[in-house]
Design a protein around this ligand. Structure first.
Ligand SMILES: [Zn+2]
Length: 265
């Protein structure tokens, strides 16, 4: 690529980035979002449909009911909170759904479109409504903080700086977007469906998740307690959840600090 072209590309990207900043709810962190909500939702729906084709929905009616109850309670609290803070647009395009799948894997994830999937295996740890709320809040937080979009955006900027600039800008945009979604969201990566988000995103999801628990009336102290419980089970499990959601002392300490410094919501 010629130097002059690089400068043009860089200027275009810079202009794009300047008009594509978002602000994360609850934390106020500024982020770069280069993809529209509708692009993200379309990619998300496609991946979710593919996942559900191979998944088997749990037949445990009691556990499914409990999961849906916690989910509905948290969504309703979140909606009222955002509405009263004039931030309802954060929920644009989100279609919450809570599904329990039949698998012993200790796992859970949330699509950027709001589809939250729990694996039966995680209920061994999330065995009370408060503990379910910890996982639910964390996963909801990834969606409302638009971590998937942000990660795709970061990756596309990296690609642009590298040699893939012409691909990102050029005619292959559709395929590139799908690829970026896979990178951003983790599907197709070794970590499987769990989000291999950065530590910054994980900590932010912990914090926002804890805030959502609070406004929904759950015990926020269940959050660090849950991760301690997960740490204890770590040695006996090879789950992906532990590799992408490290439940180490630092993380637990960060959550405890977030609880100590939590503003009145
Ligand atoms: Zn996470």
């Amino acid at each position: 690529m010629k130097k002059s072209f690089k400068i043009v590309v860089a200027s275009v990207v810079l202009a794009f980035v300047m008009v594509s900043c978002g602000v994360v709810s609850f934390t106020g962190r500024k982020q770069i979002l280069l993809f529209s909500d509708s692009e993200i939702m379309a990619l998300s729906d496609q991946s979710y449909a593919e996942f559900m084709q191979s998944a088997s929905v749990s037949t445990n009616a009691a556990a499914t009911k409990r999961l849906k109850e916690v989910g509905a309670k948290m969504v309703s609290a979140l909606e009222s909170y955002l509405e009263s803070h004039s931030q309802k647009s954060v929920l644009n395009g989100l279609k919450w759904e809570f599904v329990l799948v039949n698998s012993a894997e200790v796992n859970a994830f949330c699509m950027p479109s709001g589809k939250i999937v729990f694996y039966e295996g995680i209920l061994k740890y999330a065995d009370t409504p408060d503990y379910i709320a910890v996982v639910m809040g964390h996963e909801m937080a990834h969606a409302i903080a638009k971590h998937g979009n942000e990660r795709m955006s970061q990756q596309s900027l990296l690609d642009l700086v590298g040699s893939a600039a012409s691909e990102v800008i050029g005619a292959k945009k559709g395929a590139v977007a799908q690829n970026l979604f896979n990178i951003g969201f983790g599907i197709g990566s070794q970590a499987g469906l769990l989000l291999p988000y950065s530590r910054q995103h994980e900590y932010e999801a912990d914090k926002i998740g804890m805030y959502i628990m609070d406004i929904a009336g759950y015990d926020v102290n269940a959050a660090p307690a849950f991760w301690k419980k997960m740490t204890e089970g770590k040695s006996s499990s090879q789950s992906d959840f532990f590799s992408t959601h490290p439940s180490d002392a630092k993380r637990i300490a960060a959550l405890e600090e977030a609880i100590r410094t939590k503003p009145a919501l």
